[in-house]
Design a protein around this ligand. Structure first.
Ligand code: NAD
Length: 507
C-alpha cells in the first residue's frame, strides 16, 4: 500500500490544502520502487506551522524546567524503546543498512540525553555585592519558534542534533526534513506527542525550496539550524541572516585521512573501508580522500582492495548486507558519472564498483534489479584538479592521493576548501600532536576515522563546511538556542535616596 506523508502541525498530521497539491515520490532505494508520496508545503502550510509554534511558545517558555525535563526523559524512553521501528523506516527510505540506522539513532539519543541535563546547562552566574547593595546575575532564555532544515543522509540524527536542546531550552520548533526520506520526522513527532509535549511545540513541514524560503523570511522564526550541501548552506546563511535571524548552516565535506609510514596498515585499511563505504559514502564525515605518505602507498592500496572484494552489497533490511544502495536513481547516476570522469581525467581505477555483485532480492523476496546500486569504488594516483578530488561526490568512491612527506600531506589538506573532518593514522604521538595543531579542520581523529564528537562537545566543520559561528549540539547548541540576559538588582532602602544624574559607577 502506498503511503502518504503529510505535515505535522499543532500535534496532528495535516495534508496540504488546495486543488493540486505538489508532491514528491518516496522510493525504496533497494528496489527502485515508489512506495509513497510526500506533500510539499506551500507558503500557507509553513505559515500555519509557524503560527502553531508561535502560539505554543507562550506556554512552553513558561513551563518549569522540571516539567520540560520530564517530557524530555519520557521522549528518551520512548525513542529508546522504539528505535528498531524507526531504524526500519530509515532503511526503507534512505537505503542504509539496519545496524547503521540504529547507529544514527544512538547518536541522536546521546543529544536527547544531553538535553535532559538542561537544568545544569541553562544555569546562570550570580555575583553578590557587585557594587554596594547590588547583585548582578545572568539568565538564559529561549528565542521563540526556530526552524531546523535537514539533509537526506541522517533523517533522524541530524534533526536530533538540534531539536532536543531547542525544546529543552523552551523554544518551539518547525522541522523541514529532506523530501527524500520524510517519514522519520513524523515518527519522531508522534513520540513527542506520546511523551506529553504540548501541541505546537514540535511541528514538521515537508517540501522543497518553497518551504525553506518561507522559513528563512518568516518574521516569527527566530533562528535557523541548517545541514546540507555547501551551496545551499551558504544561501541559507546569507538569506536567514539578511532577515535578521540567528543562523548556523553546516555544509558539505571532503574528508582526508592521512596515513603515515609508521601506521599499522591493517588497521588503517580497515578504517578506510569503514569510513569510506559505510552508508555507501553518504556521510558528511565519510573519508573520501586517503592521503598515503609513501613508501606505504602500494601496500596500503593492496590491503584496501582485498577488503573491498569481500564487501556484501545488498538491501539494508537484509541482515548480512554491509553496504546498501544510494538514495535515489538520480544520485546514483551522478556518482557513476564521477567514476567515468575519474577515468577520463587519468586517475587509476583500482576497483570498479559498477562491477561489484549485488544481492538479487530483499528479505521479503522483492527483486532488487532496479535498486540504486553502485558498489565500492577505488581510485589510485588521484591528483588535485581532477573532479573526483575536487568535488564532494557523496557516494562509495574513495580516492587515494600519494604524497612524499607529512608536510606535503598537511599542505594538501589545508588547501582544500572544505574543513569538516579529518584523521591521521600513525603510532607517533608527536606527529599526531603536530597534526592536531596544524590542521585547518573542525573535527580531528587520531587513529579514529570518523571523529564525530560526543554530545557534550559540539559538532562542526571549518571553512566551506560551516557558515556561522555556532557548531551543532553540546555547549554551542545551548548557546545557539538561548539568549543571555544580565540583571543588575538592588533592593531599595532609605540610604539609596537622592538625585544623581552621573553615570553609574561601582562603589
Ligand atoms: P541538500 O543541500 O540538497 O538539501 C538539504 C536541505 O535543503 C533539504 O531539506 C532540501 O530540501 C533543502 N534544499 C535543497 N535545495 C534547496 C534550495 N535550492 N533552496 C532551499 N532549500 C533547498 O543536501 P542533501 O543532498 O539532502 O544532503 C547531502 C549534503 O549534506 C552533503 O553535501 C553532505 O556533506 C551534507 N551534510 C553535511 C553535514 C555536516 O554536518 N556538515 C551533515 C550531513 C550532511
Amino acid at each position: 500500500m502506498s503511503k502518504h506523508i503529510t505535515h505535522w502541525i499543532g500535534g496532528e498530521p495535516v495534508a496540504t490544502a488546495g486543488a493540486t497539491p505538489r508532491r514528491g515520490d518516496i522510493f525504496d532505494p533497494a528496489t527502485g520502487q515508489v512506495t509513497g508520496h510526500v506533500d510539499f508545503a506551500e507558503i500557507a502550510e509553513v505559515d500555519q506551522a509557524v503560527a502553531a509554534a508561535a502560539s505554543a511558545f507562550a506556554e512552553w517558555r513558561n513551563a518549569s524546567i522540571a516539567r520540560r525535563t520530564t517530557v524530555l526523559f519520557n521522549f528518551r524512553e520512548l525513542l529508546n524503546a522504539r528505535r528498531d521501528e524507526l531504524a526500519s523506516i530509515i532503511v526503507s527510505e534512505h537505503g542504509k543498512v539496519h545496524s547503521d540506522a540504529l547507529g544514527e539513532i544512538a547518536r541522536g539519543l546521546e543529544v536527547v540525553e544531553y538535553a535532559c541535563g538542561i537544568p545544569q546547562l541553562v544555569k546562570g552566574g550570580f555575583s553578590e555585592q557587585a557594587s554596594t547593595g547590588i547583585d548582578v546575575y545572568s539568565i538564559r532564555q529561549p528565542l521563540g519558534p526556530v526552524a531546523i532544515i535537514s539533509p537526506f543522509n541522517f533523517p533522524a540524527m541530524v534533526p536530533m542534533w538540534f531539536f532536543p536542546i531547542a525544546i529543552a531550552a523552551g523554544n518551539t520548533v518547525v522541522v523541514k526534513p529532506s523530501e527524500k526520506d520524510p517519514s522519520a520526522a513524523n515518527f519522531l513527532a508522534g513520540l513527542w506527542k506520546e511523551a506529553g509535549l504540548p501541541a505546537g511545540v514540535f511541528n514538521v513541514v515537508h517540501g522543497d525550496k518553497v518551504a525553506v524560503d518561507r522559513l528563512l523570511e518568516h518574521p516569527d522564526v527566530k533562528a535557523v539550524s541548517f545541514v546540507g550541501s555547501t551551496p545551499i548552506a551558504r544561501y541559507v546563511y546569507e538569506t536567514g541572516t539578511r532577515y535578521g535571524k540567528r543562523v548556523q548552516a553546516l555544509g558539505g565535506a571532503k574528508n582526508h585521512m592521512l596515513v603515515l609510514p609508521d601506521a599499522d596498515l591493517d588497521l588503517s585499511a580497515d578504517a578506510a573501508i569503514n569510513a569510506g563505504f559505510g552508508a555507501a559514502g553518504e556521510r558528511c564525515m565519510a573519508v573520501s580522500v586517503l592521503v598515503a605518505v609513501d613508501p606505504i602507498g602500494d601496500e596500503l592500496v593492496e590491503k584496501i582492495k582485498q577488503r573491498m572484494a569481500t564487501l556484501k552489497v545488498g538491501p539494508g533490511c537484509n541482515g548480512d548486507s554491509e553496504m546498501g544502495p544510494l538514495v535515489t536513481g538520480q544520485h546514483r547516476d551522478k556518482v557513476t558519472s564521477y567514476v567515468e570522469s575519474g577515468v577520463a581525467d587519468g586517475a587509476e581505477l583500482a576497483v570498479d564498483g559498477r562491477k561489484h555483485p549485488v544481492a538479487t532480492e530483499d528479505k521479503n523476496g522483492a527483486p532488487t534489479a532496479d535498486g540504486f546500486w553502485l558498489g565500492p569504488t577505488l581510485f589510485d594516483h588521484v591528483k588535485p584538479g581532477m573532479s573526483v578530488y575536487n568535488d564532494e561526490i557523496f557516494g562509495p568512491v574513495l580516492s587515494v592521493v600519494r604524497v612524499a612527506s607529512y608536510e606535503e600531506g598537511i599542505d594538501l589538506i589545508n588547501a582544500n576548501p572544505y574543513g569538516n573532518g579529518t584523521a591521521i593514522f600513525t603510532n607517533d604521538g608527536g606527529a599526531a600532536r603536530r597534526f592536531q595543531h596544524d590542521v585547518e579542520v573542525g573535527m580531528v581523529g587520531i587513529n579514529v576515522p570518523i571523529p564525530v564528537p560526543v554530545a557534550y562537545y559540539s559538532f562542526g566543520g571549518w571553512k566551506a563546511s560551516l557558515f556561522g559561528d555556532s557548531h551543532a549540539y553540546g555547549p554551542d547548541g545551548v548557546h545557539f538556542f538561548t539568549r543571555g540576559k544580565a540583571v543588575t538588582q538592588r533592593w531599595l532602602d532609605p540610604s539609596h535616596g537622592g538625585i544623581n544624574l552621573g553615570f553609574p559607577t561601582n562603589s
